[in-house]
Write a protein that binds this ligand. Structure first.
Ligand code: SF4
Ligand code: SF4
Length: 645
């Protein structure tokens, strides 16, 4: 067994008869000041930016494979070993809690879901990493990879967590087997018998390491609480802590969780393994993350409602108040019990059995098809259908063409009036890369909130770890609901003049303006946009009004000159300058086709490169549009488009 930390491995596995060796490792010579943005960037931080060091680590692994005569390998996080296995044609089983096995797509998903970063950052770092990987692979006669994700694509993967706790989950196509970890020969420790005179009210189990920054703060807080019984498993416990925290039962070794958890009120830990085990026993968890992996898992934990994170040592919120809240508020316990009920049949033994089965199959198959260079169709399987969907930063889904307004310029008013079917929506959703930082807008040529399943679909998008937004005409707004469920919202308003609005087909302007104010109060201006169509009206009064409200995100769109739009407003003056007749196409390019800015799924689920193609007669595919332009022919469905250069 090759391990990065021989001391820790020996303490756990010394009795199991494993031959331990130090794993070949990489270390970056460059000190970076910023954290990685995704898995590819993390490898670059870890020394993959140095081609010689990478080659050394890979050849170290190749040496181990040859010396050990391994017939198969099981990895947690060892991408250099994965390269070595590819070169040596050894089958591999990948297992991990998700962070070290990101979803296979290009670019790989962000480590900072709270931050909007340009997609170019991800593509750049991935290209740099890919070139380092390919240098090493091709030097030894192996085929170059097309994407970093190809490295993982041909090895079976088992996620030793559950979908809700996967930092990049839930993933539609993943094999979640639950935790496999049980530490052998851990001594059983018991809580005091309850009902004893002066028995404490709560029992808190700690599973920490002394080097975790918040560890001492937690011990100090618990030491001051006479109503809590504490058992602390702290491998590496400094001897003086026994005296310093004499009111707590601190042990310098792991303990048997299964005997303790049934009567535990709260687990305080840092790692995903103990976290899953505690939740499966229905016990809430307070997480003290000190690494990015733990922080991302902690975010997922908070979404389940069964736990919280404490990261702010010395900040206004004290750890004592967090512990108090978690012990006294029943919502954490209820959510943890629900979690446990959902997965009542998950057992580490069954998960381990599944691992052995896959491993056996791999060994029987031998090198015949394991870890060969992936053919092109492997990539197609790993990247969602639609090819460049993963690279498109935003998606729009036309959930309905029905509307309670009747704007004169609206293409939707002459389209077949219907709602998108659930099966169509689900098939689109399946294609979207979860946890990718992508924004999905449920909007189209109708009022989205008229769709009877609108809010259910909003939740379905969020459950995939994607951001969700919409554009509404503002007439059917429940501000609190929007604030709770949407990341942002756009409201379409063209004018402050109620008569002009009515003439346009936008009814009940006073109600729309009241709703706008409610949204601003409930969501704040940073989550609210206003969209206006410029049909020649004076937009200044509206713009000034929005500025006064603090709404700075005001998007003004001109009328579209394309034939399938223009027939709706033949008299509009502002159209003529940009009309189909007056436009000259010079370069035969369109920025929506050059780089995938977005993807639009119409009411039937047809994938389009932009929102402007309404007449689908003759439309075949995005690639066909590109081919036509490459041959200096304007496809009918693009004729007159202002984006055509
Ligand atoms: S509110 Fe929107 S969808 Fe409804 S008619 Fe007007 S432009 Fe069309
Ligand atoms: S030219 Fe216009 S209609 Fe055609 S793909 Fe580009 S944006 Fe869409």
């Amino acid at each position: 067994m090759a391990v990065p930390d021989l001391r820790m491995a020996a303490s756990i596995l010394r009795k199991e008869g494993f031959n331990l060796v130090a794993s070949p490792s990489l270390r970056s010579l460059i000190k970076r000041t910023t954290g990685p943005i995704n898995y590819a960037d993390m490898l670059m931080h870890e020394g993959w930016d140095d081609a010689d060091a990478l080659e050394g680590a890979v050849s170290g692994w190749q040496g181990l494979i040859r010396l050990s005569k391994a017939r198969a390998m099981v990895f947690n996080h060892a991408p250099a070993a994965l390269m070595a296995a590819r070169l040596e044609k050894i089958p591999v089983l990948l297992m991990g809690t998700g962070f070290e096995l990101p979803p296979l797509r290009t670019p790989l998903p962000t480590f900072r879901p709270w931050q909007a970063l340009p997609i170019e950052h991800f593509l750049n770092v991935e290209n740099q990493l890919l070139s380092q990987i390919n240098k090493v692979l091709t030097q030894q006669g192996s085929q170059a990879l097309h994407h970093v994700a190809d490295l993982f694509a041909s090895a079976p993967t088992q996620l030793t967590t559950l979908p809700e706790l996967d930092p990049f989950g839930p993933r539609a196509d993943a094999s979640y087997i639950g935790p496999v970890y049980t530490i052998p020969d851990t001594p059983a420790v018991s809580w005091r018998i309850s009902g004893q005179k002066h028995a404490p009210r709560f029992r808190v189990l700690i599973y920490l390491r002394p080097n975790i920054p918040q560890c001492e703060l937690v011990l100090e807080a618990l030491q001051a609480r006479a109503d809590i019984e504490v058992i602390g498993a702290i491998p590496g416990l400094p001897p003086e802590w026994r005296t310093r925290f004499s009111a707590l039962r601190l042990l310098d070794h792991a303990v048997d969780l299964q005997t303790l958890l049934p009567r535990t009120d709260l687990v305080i830990t840092y790692g995903p393994g103990t976290l899953v085990t505690a939740l499966l026993a229905g016990v809430p968890v307070l997480m003290l993350p000190h690494m990015l992996e733990q922080y991302l898992t902690g975010l997922k934990l908070e979404q389940t409602g069964a736990g919280a994170m404490y990261t702010q040592a010395g900040a206004a919120i004290t750890v004592d108040s967090v512990i108090r809240k978690m012990l006294e508020e029943t919502s954490y316990l209820q959510a943890a019990r629900k979690f446990a009920d959902r997965y009542h049949d998950v057992r580490p033994e069954a998960a381990t059995q599944r691992q052995f089965e896959v491993l056996n199959q791999l060994m029987q198959r031998g090198t015949s098809d394991a870890l060969r260079d992936p053919p092109e169709h492997d990539l197609a399987r790993s990247v969602p259908a639609g090819g460049q969907l993963a690279a498109a930063p935003s998606i729009q889904i036309e959930v309905t063409t029905i509307c309670n307004f009747d704007c004169f310029y609206c293409v939707g008013r002459t389209m077949p009036q219907k709602h998108m079917r659930r099966a169509v929506f689900e098939s689109i959703l399946e294609k979207l890369p979860g946890n990718s930082g992508m924004t999905v807008s449920l909007q189209g040529e109708g009022e989205p909130m008229l769709h009877p399943e609108f809010w259910e679909w909003v939740e379905a998008v969020r459950a995939r770890g994607l951001k969700v937004t919409t554009i509404s005409n503002g007439s059917l707004i429940n501000a609190a609901r929007c604030a709770q469920h949407l990341d942002s919202i756009g409201i379409s308003i063209d004018t402050l003049d109620a008569k002009q609005a009515h003439d346009v087909g936008r009814y009940n302007l006073p109600r729309v303006l009241r709703n706008l104010q409610s949204l601003s109060d409930a969501m704040g201006s940073h989550r609210l946009r206003v969209h206006s169509v410029d049909f020649g009206q004076d937009l200044q009064p509206l713009h000034g009004f929005l500025q006064k409200m603090g709404l700075r995100d005001h998007i003004i769109q001109p009328l579209q000159g394309k034939e399938d739009y223009a027939r709706h407003y033949p008299d509009a003056d502002v159209l003529h300058a940009a009309s189909a007749q007056s436009r000259k196409v010079i370069a035969y390019t369109c920025s929506f086709l050059e780089t995938p800015k977005m993807r639009y799924f119409n009411i039937e689920g047809v994938e389009l490169p932009c929102v402007f193609i309404k007449d689908l007669a003759g439309y075949q595919s995005i690639n066909k549009l590109k081919e036509s332009l490459a041959h200096k022919q304007v496809p009918n469905c693009c004729a007159g488009c202002r984006h055509l250069q």
